[in-house]
Write a protein that binds this ligand. Structure first.
Ligand code: GLC
Length: 430
């Protein structure tokens, strides 16, 4: 077991290794490109090394915004070392080469955390950031809101950031695999295939990319017509929380912009209804929802526990949700598995079908502490710490054995360690 002192140094080394000057990589080798929510989480860690670098990271991310308001999921900057699928497969025609979908909107929440630790020194840069955030959050309502449930849909499993989650299987089964040219996956050069999505899943992922590319990425159209659509409790909770954080920042920096404040407030009202609509009485949890069949998906994932993070804990369901948490906590050694360990499709090693991810733990843990669920929050934090002490800064972890899985030396695992796992324990640097 590594000590907290050596882990602190090691976390900083991981961030340095993946730093490319003005942006960071999730990890070198496996992911030689900038990812949206990875960058936001990277900034949380950078602020322990250099606050200026942390602000640079989020500013770079926001600068990739499309004219329609979307901040994309991948930015191809610098040498992206043959990353697959690369810019020519996405073919988005943007000035900065990017993918054609988005990722969970945690940026505004991170910007608020950075601002509280030390405001950005260029106030005009901050205004620009806030205006971009307003446009991105508004884009979600135009391009991804499901009018039925009022939750946020994904048009590609990669949008959710929880790529091969079991909840998407039913929607993915409807995607008819297109005639694809032969391709070579680069991820399998770096990680054992038992820990990654299957070939059939990958064919479907690429079919969805082709669908957007052939139509030149009309985002609102894709939101209604993509062959894959699912309402994601993760996206819905992240956006709801991000809107709350954005309102705080707007009131601080742009209080005269009453139109933006009113717009974001109206989105909060809609998403609160959306979140409540995702309550699934059959499984007694907030779950995903299939907008095509107009029926809920009957399984509990880690995103079910984001209700506190979204400040949606003041309803009758909170107690039931905590019962679900305790049930799962009794089944695994390390919380929080990405998928219900009692479900027949649980897989402790395969990516989002079971393993623990520190970024999700961080957001659930924050939400729990904010609403006074201190014991459960501490269980998550302590488990996150033990996983790193046992296995180091891996991409994800086996919730039963604690083995590190996927890529090594992962930026967001190191960041979350510096920002939350280590701080909350009050270990300091000594
Ligand atoms: C995987 C994860 C996604 C993450 C990316 C880079 O695709 O599922 O959430 O952003 O890797 O780390």
């Amino acid at each position: 077991m590594a000590t907290s002192n050596s882990l602190y140094q090691r976390a900083i080394d991981v961030l340095k290794q993946n730093d490319r000057g003005t942006y960071s990589l999730p990890t070198h080798g496996l992911y030689p490109v900038q990812f949206n929510w990875d960058s936001a989480f990277a900034a949380l860690g950078y602020r322990f090394i250099n606050q200026h670098r942390a602000w640079q990271e989020v500013m770079q991310l926001a600068s990739s915004q499309w004219p329609d308001g979307m901040i994309p999921h991948i930015m191809f900057r610098g040498d992206h070392d043959g990353y697959f699928p690369g810019p020519d497969i996405w073919n988005t025609g943007q000035f900065i080469e990017t993918s054609g979908i988005t990722q969970p909107p945690v940026l505004a929440s991170v910007v608020r955390q950075l601002d509280e630790a030390g405001p950005y020194r260029d106030v005009n840069g901050m205004y620009d950031m806030l205006r971009r955030l307003v446009r991105w959050h508004d884009w979600f309502m135009k391009a991804r809101l499901d009018p039925q449930s009022l939750g946020i849909q994904i048009i590609h499993p990669w949008e959710s950031g929880r790529d091969n989650l079991t909840d998407w299987d039913q929607g993915m089964a409807r995607v008819e695999i297109a005639d694809l040219p032969p391709y070579t996956r680069r991820d399998l050069d770096h990680v054992d295939s038992s820990q990654r999505p299957t070939k059939e899943q990958y064919d479907r992922y690429l079919t969805l990319v082709k669908f957007g590319r052939d139509r030149h990425w009309p985002q609102a159209y894709l939101g209604q017509n993509s062959p894959f659509r699912m309402v994601d409790p993760g996206m819905t909770a992240f956006l709801l929380r991000a809107n709350r954080d954005l309102i705080v920042l707007l009131n601080k920096y742009l209080p005269e912009d009453t139109d933006s404040i009113a717009l974001i407030q109206s989105h909060i009202n809609t998403l609160e209804l959306g979140w409540l609509n995702l309550w699934n009485p059959k499984v007694q949890a907030y779950t995903a929802y299939d907008p095509v069949l107009q029926q809920p998906i009957d399984s509990v994932s880690a995103a079910s526990f984001l209700s506190c993070y979204a400040s949606m804990h003041n309803d009758l369901h909170h107690g039931h949700l905590m019962d679900q948490f305790d049930r799962i906590a009794n089944k695994v050694k390390f919380m929080v598995p990405s998928f219900d360990p009692e479900h027949a499709d649980f897989d402790a090693k395969r990516y989002w079908r079971g393993p623990v991810w520190h970024v999700i733990n961080n957001r659930i843990g924050l939400g729990f502490s904010e609403v006074g669920e201190h014991e459960r929050a501490e269980r998550i934090r302590k488990d996150s710490e033990d996983l790193i002490a046992q296995s180091s800064f891996y991409e994800y972890f086996n919730p039963i054995t604690g083995d590190g899985l996927g890529g090594k030396d992962f930026t967001w695992t190191a960041s979350v360690y510096l920002d939350w796992v280590m701080q909350e324990a009050d270990h300091g640097q000594d």
